[in-house]
Design a binder for this molecule. Structure first.
Ligand SMILES: Nc1ncnc2c1ncn2[C@@H]1O[C@H](COP(=O)(O)OP(=O)(O)OP(=O)(O)O)[C@@H](O)[C@H]1O
Length: 359
């Protein structure tokens, strides 16, 4: 469990800055993603938690006090190096005067009984042939793989990552995302990202940061559907759903899947390698009708119920359509909404024009 109630002020440094106040309790297991708008305070929260940024208040991790009062009204702050955290930033920050092996050996020396070895991680992350290379000769993706290995070799109780994949190519992301998911079964990960794809692929829970505060903590699917949260403006553009793979038709490059018991066809150049896929359905790609549309090129028609709706200032309505356990949004005009006499509880047919696979 990670518990925190901390304040941070940048006012001395920047008169325009607001005070930030973060409060929350997270039962850390798997990946917990820190998500929010640019400037919301994600990096500041993370840096305060791990002790790289000074702040006031209380932090405890798995019963160990990292920050707080020690009873005599004196501030207790556990040194960063005693918190047993592995840290990976957007920039790999390797020692340029050492080769890959030497960079990693520094971490091994720091660790107490590491469960990982250089050999094992080099194989898993595909850099066995780079061990004798100077780090200055490596690409960004190679450096980041080594930075992740270095963090793991310190045998951390918590791995903290600030947008670790944001500047990497697709191939590196394809290698690292499943790896991190696997690692998170052993070591909890606190992970900042702007990518919805990474968020939904990795996280069991998310910590939503908004305007210098923790706005909500919970499962991504639930928070993305909560119309009271700031996330809604972003979520209403489209939601991510889990689809079970039934079969793949190579000739038509089409996956036949199952979404909450209903058939869904998804275009894919290759057969999926997993038994379930995640697809993003944009709200503007959903056509709502009172009957199934016949004789059209539309492949997907889901029967759904309207469970909520909101009107935006563009004279459009965003409908929340529940398929069974999962929801999609549909963005329609106010005129269509009125014409179809829609309301909460109405049953409709949601025709999905297109969707993208995100894992
Ligand atoms: N060193 C600093 N001096 C003054 N203000 C700062 C400093 N660092 C952060 N801030 C302010 O604190 C707020 C939160 O910044 P932070 O970098 O934590 O946001 P973020 O959510 O991580 O943003 P991004 O996604 O763009 O990285 C911003 O208003 C920012 O201007």
């Amino acid at each position: 469990m990670l518990k925190f109630n901390i304040q941070k002020s940048f006012k001395g440094q920047d008169k325009h800055s607001k005070d930030l106040h973060f409060k929350g309790e997270v039962d850390l297991s798997g990946v917990c993603t820190i998500f929010g708008d640019s400037g919301a305070g994600k990096t500041t929260l993370l840096r305060c938690l791990i002790g790289l940024e000074s702040c006031t208040g209380n932090i405890t991790f798995q019963g160990q006090q990292w920050l707080g009062s020690n009873g005599n009204n004196k501030i207790h702050k556990l040194a960063v190096e005693d918190r047993n955290i592995g840290v990976v930033f957007q920039e790999p920050r390797l020692f340029p005067h050492l080769n890959v092996q030497q960079n990693l050996e520094l971490a091994v020396r720091k660790a107490k009984n590491s469960t990982f070895t250089i050999h094992h991680l080099a194989e898993k992350l595909g850099f066995s042939d780079l061990l004798s290379h100077q780090t200055t000769q490596l690409s960004g993706g190679q450096k980041q793989r080594i930075a992740i290995a270095r963090a793991l070799l310190t045998n951390p109780a918590l791995l903290v990552m600030d947008e670790p994949l944001s500047s990497l190519d697709v191939t590196s992301k394809r290698l690292l995302l499943p790896f991190l998911k696997q690692v998170s079964e052993q070591i909890p990960i606190l992970y900042i990202t702007h990518s919805e794809h990474e968020l939904f692929y990795l996280s069991k829970q998310m910590l939503l940061v908004n305007d210098g505060q923790v706005e909500a903590i919970g499962e991504p699917q639930k928070l993305f559907l909560d119309s009271h949260l700031s996330l809604i403006k972003f979520a209403q553009q489209g939601l991510i759903l889990t689809v079970l793979v039934k079969e793949y038709d190579q000739q038509e490059a089409l996956i036949k899947g199952c979404l909450d018991g209903q058939t869904l066809y998804v275009s894919a150049e290759q057969a999926p390698t997993t038994s379930q896929i995640q697809v993003k359905i944009n709200s503007r790609d959903v056509i709502v009708a009172l009957q199934p549309i016949e004789g059209s090129s539309l492949l997907n028609c889901l029967s759904a119920q309207i469970v909520d709706y909101s009107q935006d200032n563009q004279k459009a309505v965003v409908l929340t359509l529940k398929v069974q356990s999962q929801c999609i949004y549909a963005y329609i005009t106010l005129r269509s909404f009125n014409k179809l006499k829609l309301s909460v509880g109405s049953y409709v047919y949601a025709h999905v024009k297109t969707m993208s696979i995100i894992n």
